[in-house]
Write a protein that binds this ligand. Sequence first.
Ligand SMILES: C[S@@+](CC[C@H](N)C(=O)[O-])C[C@H]1O[C@@H](n2cnc3c(N)ncnc32)[C@H](O)[C@@H]1O
Length: 221
Amino acid sequence: MRILLLLITFALSQFLGAQGAQRSAEAEMHRHHSDSSAYIAMLENPERDLYQKPDEVVAALKLEQGEAIADIGAGSGYFAFRFSKAVRDQGKVFAVDINPDMIRHMNRRSRDLGTANVVTILAEEDDPLLPNRSLDRVFICNTWHHIGDQENYLELIKRALKPGGQVIMVDYKKVELPVGPPVHMKIAGSALVAQMERAGFQLLKKHEFLSYQYFFVFSVN
Ligand SMILES: C[S@@+](CC[C@H](N)C(=O)[O-])C[C@H]1O[C@@H](n2cnc3c(N)ncnc32)[C@H](O)[C@@H]1O
């Protein structure tokens, strides 16, 4: 009986501990969402590079000079300004976000760096407002779970892609991790692939070098 009681107490403390950790992760996330400067600092934190490996991600995409790429949910421009260098002056980066503070931050960053090929778009929650048939690639990192009507959003993405264009998705694996949103907000990699296939995309490549995230490349049929 004593052992049973001890086991129940242990299981309860583990459960409450996990609940507490999840609540504090959510509180931290809400703080970041309501304080754009803190959010930007979190996105640009050099410690993030250790697992996000941004330069390796960009290198893996083998972007060519002159390509047009959209970064949906571009945030601080963490990836967008790396894409800007990769596609060179002849290329174009559409940095899409719904948060005006992020857009202002990227505009300031463009001006300060003298970057001419990053075009920011203040989008709507359910529409990236991208021009038709204008893109070689669409890149979405850690943002897909923010999108409401994803089915319709994928149709809008298709409309913006050139024939043979690609969609690249990088997001947190649906497991407990020391970073990222709580598990219940994450989308499993298998569910994302199934969703993309239903929408008419094909999985072209899975990059496996990120430990916390999946990194998929899809082509449009
Ligand atoms: C977790 S951050 C990721 C930023 C960036 N992709 C990165 O990896 O550094 C998510 C970003 O998506 C933006 N966002 C949220 N909902 C969005 C939507 N419906 N359309 C476009 N951007 C959105 C947020 O404002 C935020 O800047």
